[in-house]
Write a protein that binds this ligand. Sequence first.
Ligand code: CAA
Length: 379
Amino acid sequence: MDFRLTEEQQMIRRTAREFAERELAPVAIELDKTGEFPWDNWHKMAKQGFVGMTLSPEYGGGGAGLLEFTLVLEELSRVCASTAVILEVHNSLHAETIEHFGTPEQKQKWLPDLATGKKLGAFALTEPNAGSDSAAQQSTAVLKGDHYVLNGLKCFITSGSKADLYLVMAMTDKSKGNKGITAFVVEKDRKGVSFGLPEDKMGIRASIQTDLILEDVEVPVENRLGAEGDGFKIAMTALDSGRIGIGAQALGIAQAALDASVAYAKQRVQFGKPIAELQAIQWKLAEMATDIDAARLLLYRAAWLRDQGGRVSKEIAMAKLFCAQVAMRHTVEAVQIHGGNGYMREYKVERYMRDAKITQIYEGTSEVMKLIIASSLLR
Ligand code: CAA
């Protein structure tokens, strides 16, 4: 067993860290304030080769594994969690899923533009009444000759109105429950596609989420991904990969909180000495560092296992659950270490705390992660 990253993986991590410090850090605070979609960051990530990093070189992708992508997401999230989730959804939930389940024609049609960042992808599963219960889809797709007619309302769609392509799950046969769900690639410019206003959120403020509204949208049969009824498994497979990305996001945020806390504790003087010399602070830092290390080991194991092939939903759920818990717990602790200053926007830790919360909710809540773990134990 070797716990060290390879030379190449270390280089990828270094590149991502330098990129994040150079390109994302100068704009992260402002983006959080304005909630503006970070197109500049997107184009820079595309130029750097992070967009489409895990796609096959045949389609212009980087051919990297999920573990390498995890390192990149972790480093980007350490600086700007909003930017990281845009990349994660595009790559893991959208593009990779097309590569995994698409026909050669579909891959040829969509992947080259997704790999270079010319097109931005989104994932549309959630509905007002289908959140954790994702099988309870109310959107419908009715086959009429050579096309389907889609109707429905998708909500909280990451990159919502900014994306070009949407991976949409809809019911083709309600009587079959989750086996009646089918996946489609829907282009933004199709008649009947519209969007709600961006949600006003607590955190990850620069990654916009909107409703996706489908009104009698005609989609050719060639846009169906997989067979009729495959949609639920396609969505769950996508989410297994995506949840590693959210674990990486949580881990990056937690690491940022620890880094900020160590630096602050060394320079903040109270009772005549830096607070780093107080045992109360040392214990907090020690617990943060230990939990973050444990989270990292769980996460890298999950990514590595997934790269070996086969289904590893339990290990992924454990990693996502723990990384998100650690991010939430220790960003709160980081604010505490910073005292009154930590409550102020000027210090970054309050943003980390706001950004961390969503990692316990999206791409499967912590409760859903426990359900997946327990169902695997009790099978
Ligand atoms: N991979 C492949 N197949 C899977 C799978 C996986 N990870 N998980 C389940 N399946 C299969 C099962 O094997 C089963 O197949 P069979 O019937 O052939 O045996 C079928 O799917 C149904 O599985 P379950 O009985 O476990 O399904 P369920 O209805 O009980 O639901 C659930 C399970 C885990 C609660 C699931 O609904 C779930 O993950 N819910 C959370 C939804 C979610 O994560 N939403 C995120 C939205 S996207 C987002 O947040 C993106 C963003 O903006 C950042």
